[in-house]
Design a protein around this ligand. Structure first.
Ligand code: KG4
Ligand code: ZN
Length: 351
């Protein structure tokens, strides 16, 4: 069964053709980074304009690369939540139009569930797993019971981990998006050069907080009163600061994930989202999973950032379950998004 997936929730326009939820025939991702980087973050109006400009050709390219015709497509899956409302609506409107004209079923996919699916797509590992979802807009730990059932165990109380990378990079004037830049720079730096706190580690919950780490960098650069001149850093000092910041974020993410496994007695971890591309996170999580006898599933690098293959892949399972939408399908912006999975205490869900 072939599903055409469409993704436009933020600053990537993407379309993919996936067979039976697993085999990726095409996955075209058009990143708008160049248009946003001058502003140091995503500008929603620009994102919308870029999606409108790109979506037609990106979908056509995905179909061409997969070498399939509209007749061979069994369903059309589209990201509907959470995200920038205008951006989501462009993908949704396009998907609806195709569904109406091609007379195909339309499947609504939760973008975050899509990310979590990306770590499970190639695996035969049995569920449940503990999903660590780390992206630019979200950072959370879920108990994943099935591809469509994720129980929220903990989440960030303020900034998402990717957001912290992006904001720190902006403070350090290193560029956008911050994650890959800080990741690369950290390779040349000392991880213990600057002493960062590990927020929320002593807290019994599985929640996170990253805004304090970001503020620490701000004061470190501009002084506590924010009145002094911007501190000058040598290349080595800058790399040390990046490596120490990254280590603090990664350390908290990894420890809370291992704690979630202990609390739930689950023995598999699934890592997904844009920050899952972080080399130190992949390395430390693997080390700690090995040490604790846990299996680690990581989303392939090509599926860490926003992409339509994860949407088409999960769309296949939803379609098989009979979850099909009509043409009234609408977007749910991030501010109105409430995960369908209610937050609950991990201990209630011991296996
Ligand atoms: O999942 P994603 O593409 O978009 C959202 O749904 O938010 O994640 C984008 C985020 C950005 O904040 C970016 O800086 C971060 O992922 N990111 C990274 C790395 N690559 C991308 N963060 C840390 N290390 C990386 N290598
Ligand atoms: Zn995303």
């Amino acid at each position: 069964m072939l599903v055409l997936g469409i993704e436009s929730s933020c600053d990537e326009t993407s379309a993919a053709v996936v067979e039976d939820g697993r085999k990726i025939h095409s996955n075209i991702v058009f990143s708008q980074i160049q248009s946003h980087s001058v502003f140091g973050g995503v500008v929603p109006e620009i994102a919308c304009r870029e999606h409108v400009r790109a979506i037609d050709s990106i979908v056509a390219e995905a179909m061409k690369q997969a070498n399939v015709t509209e007749k061979e497509v069994d369903a059309i899956a589209v990201s509907t939540q959470p995200g920038l409302v205008g951006a989501l609506l462009i993908g949704i409107s396009f998907a609806k139009s195709l569904a109406a004209v091609w007379k195909k079923p339309l499947v609504s996919v939760d973008h975050l569930y899509g990310h979590m699916y990306s770590a499970l797509m190639e695996s035969e590992a049995p569920l449940p797993v503990i999903s660590l979802l780390v992206s630019g807009g979200h950072t959370a730990i879920y108990l994943t019971k099935s591809f469509t059932e994720h129980l929220l165990l903990g989440s960030t109380l303020d900034d998402a981990s990717g957001e912290a990378f992006d904001k720190v990079s902006k403070i350090l004037e290193l560029g956008y998006p911050g994650g890959p830049i800080i990741d690369a720079r950290s390779k040349k730096g000392k991880r213990d050069a600057v002493k960062f706190q590990r927020p929320m580690l002593d807290d019994p919950s599985l929640d996170f907080s990253f805004s304090g780490i970001k503020t620490y960098v701000l004061y470190y650069v501009h002084g506590q009163d924010m009145k002094g001149d911007r501190r000058k850093f040598s290349e080595q000092e800058m790399s040390d600061l990046c490596a120490s910041f990254q280590e603090a974020v990664v350390d908290v993410l990894v420890r809370k994930t291992i704690k979630a496994c202990r609390k739930t007695n689950v023995h598999t971890v699934a890592l997904s989202g844009g920050v899952a591309a972080n080399s130190r996170l992949r390395e430390m999580l693997k080390e700690q999973c090995d040490r604790n006898g846990l299996q680690l599933l990581t989303a392939p690098m090509a599926l860490c950032g926003d992409n339509a293959a994860m949407i088409a892949g999960l769309g296949y399972h939803l379609f098989k379950q009979g979850t099909v939408s009509d043409l009234y399908l609408d977007a749910v912006p991030t501010k109105n998004y409430r995960s369908k999975s209610k937050k609950s205490s991990a201990s209630e869900h011991r296996q």
